[in-house]
Each structure stands twice: as structure tokens, then as C-alpha cells.
Design a protein around this ligand. Structure first.
Ligand code: F3S
Length: 427
């Protein structure tokens, strides 16, 4: 327990002078600060709330949110939402039952009453006007976005829980501990990558091996930059490098609990500080093959018929949508394809005609949700294929599906033929 120092304004919020909903939020932020030994609170520039699908919330969670909204509490900083369990205005067309849709819409309505922007995406950093800047302090709860913000942008955020992120939004502050402090951002592991890492699926496989090895540590990659093209000037485009990094961050957060990684000469803090970022007691490891990861992640090798091919975990970038459209132009799919993305990214992709090309082939560019947080079993999905490491980790657990894992071309080939083509994975 720490002696947490509060400003007079913070003390008044804690005393309930701004109402019971704000008081409850301040109590949560202060309690976390005391538990984690924070000296004070820091203002936050943006909040991202996760765990908003009715599949995660249940009725108790919906009631909790409604009560908080009824108290009159409002967010004080820009606040966005993670994917829900369905497209908000297309749920009937998706085949979602009213028993799921009604409480889901009630939960989103409670967030909106509190002033939250219902972006329904795990990639707030791909949304123009919302992307964080270097040095920003954030309270983000989506673990893949946390890894991106800390590592690729050089912003500061801990891995918040859904309620603690909402509390931070309502008081506009979070406790200053953990990754908000430079001294805690040093690398605990040095991870040499001595095998090719050619595409998004390979970066997902790498994320499995690194996440398992480092747990909640902070890896420093001395040579991974060799497998990363330059990032685009406009990070909201994604770019091939952005797509690889968002997959890596999502996977090491899912297979481990990593919130920050450094790539020598590439990510902002590593560019500035180089090997000074490595703690003297850092452990060293070498990844010389991705084969063990593919063996685990491509979990059901006997599964050939695929019910759903899902691309876009974290939510697809413009670059991914373009690449998929170029591959599917003039084709006809034999299996259901979801390309999950942010609503705003879908609108931007439609301006270039990419959404229309994918839909003309029979694919669906799905906004607001993904194959983990949507009730896909109730849609008849039993087998899935993906090129995303986090999806390969979570969908078998959360959606009880059999999983095939491979690169984008192999996934789209499965969507075109209806069958998974068994060729050896690159190692
Ligand atoms: Fe996003 Fe769903 Fe993956 S929330 S990170 S697309 S599991």
C-alpha cells in the first residue's frame, strides 16, 4: 500500500462532490493506485474499454453498466469501445438471436449514455483522429492495443480491466504505476530471431513462442527489424509492417501477458535508447524455428472442411482489405469469409471499392465484432481458419471451434475452395 497523493480536485471527486457515479469511479482508480504503490494519478488522453460483448458481460455486467449510467456519470476524455458480439445495425442479417441482441444493445446504450464513442473496434490506433501520440498517457484495456500503443507509438498504458478503464474515463485519470513510469519500461528479455519471419502468420507464430517464453516480461528484439518494412507515415493505413506488428503485439499479449516490446532501431524507445533499454539481468533466448508454434496453433490437422475463414484479428487495416480485395477480384467463394474491421475502416475501404470486390465474391466485411466475441457457435460455425495468432489462441477456447492456421493466401484459398490445403508450413 502506498501513500497516494491526491490533488484537491481529486479529493473532492473521491468525497462524492461530483455525484455517486464519479465517486465510485474515483474509488476504483484510487484503490488500484494504492494496491500497486502509485505515488499519484496521471491525466489520460484516451481510454479504450474492452469486454463489451454480451458474451463476456452476461446479464450481471449489463445491469452493472446500466446502474453506472443511471447515476449520471459521464466520461471526461475521448473514450472508445472494443468489438461487441454483433454488428450493431445488422445483427438480424448476421443471424444473431434477439435474446442476444437486446441485452447487447442495452449495454452499448449504457456506454453511449456515459458519453463513450461506440467505435466497436480493437484497433483504435487505426482510426483517424483517435490514434494516440508518443508520450500520451492512456488507460487502455484491449491487450493487443496496449502492446501497440506502448511499443509502436511510445505511449504509456497499463493493461487495464474493463471496469478500471471505464473508471479512468469517468475521472480522466489513472494511477501512475507500471508502464506509466519510464523505469518500468526496460527489457527483461533479449530475443534473437534466427529464422525467417516472412508474413503476418509467421509473426503470429513468433508471438506464440515469445509470449510463452517471456510471460509478462518485456522483450527486446535486436534483429527483428530485418523482417519489417518501414512503417507508413500515416499509421492508420496499417501497412505491411503495421499488420505484422499488430499481430505480434496481439499474440504476445494473448499467449503471454506482454504489454510492451522493443525492436532495435525500429520502435520509438529502442530508436532513442538502443541497448540501454536492456536490464542488466535480462534473460537471453534465441528463436531458431517457428515449427513448434505452427504445430500448436494449426491445432486440428485432421480438419479439412472449413465453415468460416476469418481475417482481421486485430481488426483489419486498409492494407489488409486491399490485399484481400486484390486476391478475390472476379472470384467466387465456396466458404463463408469474415474480414472483421472497424466501421470507419470499412467506410474508408469502400471508398476505394475494396469492400464491394470482397462482397461481390461472396465475402463479408464485418464491422463492430469478431469471431471470438460473436456467438459464432449459434451461427453454426464449428471449424475455422485464420492467419491471426490471437484468433488461433482464443477462438478454440471462447468459441469452441476447431482451428486451422496459416498464411493469408492459404486462408483465402480455403475460402475459395471450401477446403484447407495441407502443404507444409514454412519453418
Ligand atoms: Fe480484436 Fe477480436 Fe482479435 S477483439 S484482437 S479481433 S479477438
Amino acid at each position: 500500500m502506498s501513500n497516494l497523493s491526491l490533488t484537491p480536485e481529486e479529493q473532492s471527486l473521491l468525497a462524492g462532490e461530483a455525484g455517486p457515479g464519479v465517486q465510485r469511479a474515483m474509488e476504483i482508480v484510487v484503490a488500484l493506485g494504492r494496491i500497486y504503490g502509485a505515488g499519484d494519478l496521471t491525466p489520460v488522453q484516451h481510454v479504450q474499454i474492452s469486454g463489451v460483448s454480451y458474451k463476456n458481460l452476461g446479464d450481471a455486467g449489463v445491469e452493472f453498466l446500466n446502474k453506472w449510467a443511471d447515476s449520471g456519470a459521464k466520461v471526461r476524455v475521448p473514450t472508445t469501445l472494443n468489438p461487441a458480439g454483433m454488428e450493431l445495425d445488422q445483427w438480424e442479417a448476421m443471424g444473431i438471436s434477439p435474446d442476444f441482441a437486446r441485452p447487447q444493445l442495452t449495454a452499448i446504450g449504457a456506454f453511449v449514455r456515459m458519453g463513450v464513442n461506440p467505435t466497436m473496434s480493437c484497433t483504435p490506433y487505426l482510426l483517424p483522429g483517435l490514434a494516440p501520440q508518443r508520450g500520451d498517457h492512456l488507460a487502455w484495456a484491449e491487450s493487443s492495443a496496449v502492446a501497440w500503443a506502448n511499443s509502436v507509438v511510445g505511449a504509456y498504458t497499463n493493461r487495464e480491466g474493463g471496469p478500471s478503464a471505464l473508471a479512468a474515463a469517468i475521472v480522466g485519470r489513472t494511477a501512475r504505476y507500471g508502464f506509466h513510469l519510464d523505469k518500468n519500461r526496460k527489457a527483461t528479455h533479449v530475443v534473437e530471431v534466427a529464422c525467417p519471419v516472412r508474413d503476418v502468420a509467421d509473426f503470429g507464430a513468433l508471438s506464440y513462442l515469445v509470449g510463452q517464453a517471456v510471460g509478462d516480461g518485456t522483450p527486446f528484439f535486436p534483429d527483428l527489424g530485418a523482417w519489417l518494412p518501414p512503417l507508413p507515415a500515416d499509421l492508420t493505413q496499417g501497412g505491411e509492417a503495421g499488420d505484422r506488428l499488430k499481430t505480434l503485439g496481439a499474440g504476445i499479449a494473448a499467449y503471454g501477458a506482454v504489454a510492451l516490446f522493443h525492436v532495435a532501431g525500429y520502435t520509438p524507445e529502442a530508436r532513442d535508447q538502443g541497448e540501454r533499454l536492456i536490464r542488466p539481468d535480462a534473460r537471453r533466448l534465441t528463436i531458431d524455428t517457428l515449427a513448434p508454434a505452427y504445430a500448436i496453433m494449426d491445432a486440428d490437422p485432421e480438419t479439412v472442411a472449413i465453415d468460416l475463414v476469418t481475417i482481421g484479428c486485430p481488426h483489419a487495416s486498409l492494407t489488409e482489405l486491399q490485399r484481400i480485395a486484390e486476391r478475390l477480384r472476379g472470384e467466387t467463394l465456396r466458404t463463408r469469409l469474415w474480414v472483421t474491421t472497424a466501421r470507419l475502416t470499412r467506410e474508408r475501404a469502400a471508398q476505394s471499392g475494396w469492400v464491394q470486390i470482397i462482397e461481390a465474391a461472396g465475402g463479408e466485411v464485418v464491422a463492430d465484432t469478431c469471431a471470438v466475441v460473436a456467438p459464432v457457435r449459434s451461427l453454426g460455425i464449428r471449424t475455422m481458419a485464420t492467419n491471426a495468432g490471437k484468433m488461433a489462441c482464443y477462438a478454440p477456447m471462447h468459441s469452441k471451434v476447431k482451428m486451422r492456421y496459416g498464411d493469408l493466401d492459404r486462408c483465402l484459398d480455403a475460402a475459395l475452395t471450401g477446403q484447407w490445403r495441407d502443404v507444409p508450413h514454412p519453418v
